[in-house]
Design a protein around this ligand. Structure first.
Ligand SMILES: C[S@@+](CC[C@H](N)C(=O)[O-])C[C@H]1O[C@@H](n2cnc3c(N)ncnc32)[C@H](O)[C@@H]1O
Length: 110
């Protein structure tokens, strides 16, 4: 799929399913076309989903953050002006009485 072949959903074809690496697929979506984006990305270093180059498997936390930020920048680009973005992510997880940071800051959502 390319930006030129991207077909916005219509009443006749209301659903478009794209399956693949988000970092590549989202680049094919034109600007200002999505009204609502919802994601629950993998946490860093918690689970192996068994896919190549999965998000969350970066050896460096900074690379995890960079991966998410680059995707979220693309989400901003594809969102319509009236669009909304919903991010489900924890900022810590607890293991044997120790809390580990997953997300390096508490995000304020406007
Ligand atoms: C916390 S789970 C969310 C599952 C999803 N909300 C659901 O209900 O199926 C994170 C998902 O991100 C997927 N994932 C990891 N890296 C990805 C990538 N680069 N592109 C697309 N999906 C990815 C994993 O395979 C996993 O299914």
């Amino acid at each position: 799929m390319t930006k030129n072949s991207f077909n916005e959903p219509t009443n006749k074809n209301p659903l478009l399913v794209l399956n693949g690496d988000t970092r590549n697929l989202i680049k094919e979506i034109p600007d200002n076309t999505i009204q609502c984006a919802i994601t629950s990305p993998p946490y860093w270093g918690v689970r192996d989903y068994g896919i190549e180059k999965q998000i969350g498997a970066e050896t460096d936390l900074n690379d995890y953050i960079l991966n998410l930020v680059s995707i979220f920048s693309e989400v901003r680009r594809v969102l319509r002006p009236d669009g909304t973005f919903w991010l489900n992510i924890g900022n810590t997880y607890t293991s044997i009485e120790i809390s580990w940071p997953l997300f390096p800051f508490r995000a304020n959502v406007a």
